[in-house]
Design a binder for this molecule. Structure first.
Ligand SMILES: CC(C)(COP(=O)(O)OP(=O)(O)OC[C@H]1O[C@@H](n2cnc3c(N)ncnc32)[C@H](O)[C@@H]1OP(=O)(O)O)[C@@H](O)C(=O)NCCC(=O)NCCS
Length: 158
């Protein structure tokens, strides 16, 4: 599913599905507050999204903190909900599933701030995030990715 979504026409990534399944996902599944949401149709996985609470000292938050201003890093990084992946099988796209998955992933979370990186060019994913109220914190971090943040306006839960 991961490979199908990220190797569809228009995506120049060469998805390493083996790494995703055997290394990335099992590592992330042990992280604080890990949450994975899935969509299925006729018993077949059609989409998923996942994330967890990100902390300073982890690779991604530290890499982002180095790439942004200290002020922005202090305000956003550490204790945030980190959205790591969102993917919908190409033949199930453009039916609202990605939007539903993203909404379900964040539903009921106590985190005030959520963070993600996505494509800095115009694609379905960044459009979807902006529609759901995410703001562009850094349009281009320097490696083709943009940093998006969502201020969920709920009390800091942790
Ligand atoms: C990003 C992604 C998850 C979106 O999934 P999706 O299920 O197509 O998402 P949605 O259906 O909610 O929205 C996508 C588009 O379909 C449109 N749409 C939704 N329901 C629709 C319907 N019933 N009829 C017509 N269009 C519809 C939306 O308006 C949106 O349009 P836009 O891209 O022009 O803004 C999917 O494109 C994907 O897996 N891409 C590859 C992986 C990827 O980029 N992941 C994110 C990494 S940061």
């Amino acid at each position: 599913m991961f490979a199908a979504a990220f190797s569809a026409p228009g995506y120049d990534d060469e998805p390493d599905a083996e790494h995703f399944a055997t290394d990335q996902l099992p590592t992330h599944a042990d992280r604080e507050d890990f949450r994975l949401v899935t969509a299925r149709a006729d018993g077949r996985l059609t989409g998923f999204a996942y994330g967890f609470t990100g902390r300073r000292g982890q690779w991604w938050p530290d890499r982002i903190a180095e790439a942004v201003s200290a002020e922005l890093a202090d305000a956003w990084i550490g204790g945030h909900f980190e959205v790591v992946e969102l993917a919908v099988r190409p033949d199930a796209q453009r039916n609202g599933l990605g939007t539903e998955l993203m909404t379900a992933l964040l539903s009921g979370l106590p985190h005030r701030r959520a963070l993600l990186t996505t494509y800095s060019d115009d694609r379905p994913a960044p459009r979807l995030y902006r529609r759901l109220g995410w703001q562009v914190l850094v349009p281009d971090l320097g490696w083709g990715s943009a940093l998006y943040g969502l201020d969920r306006g709920v009390p800091e839960g942790r």
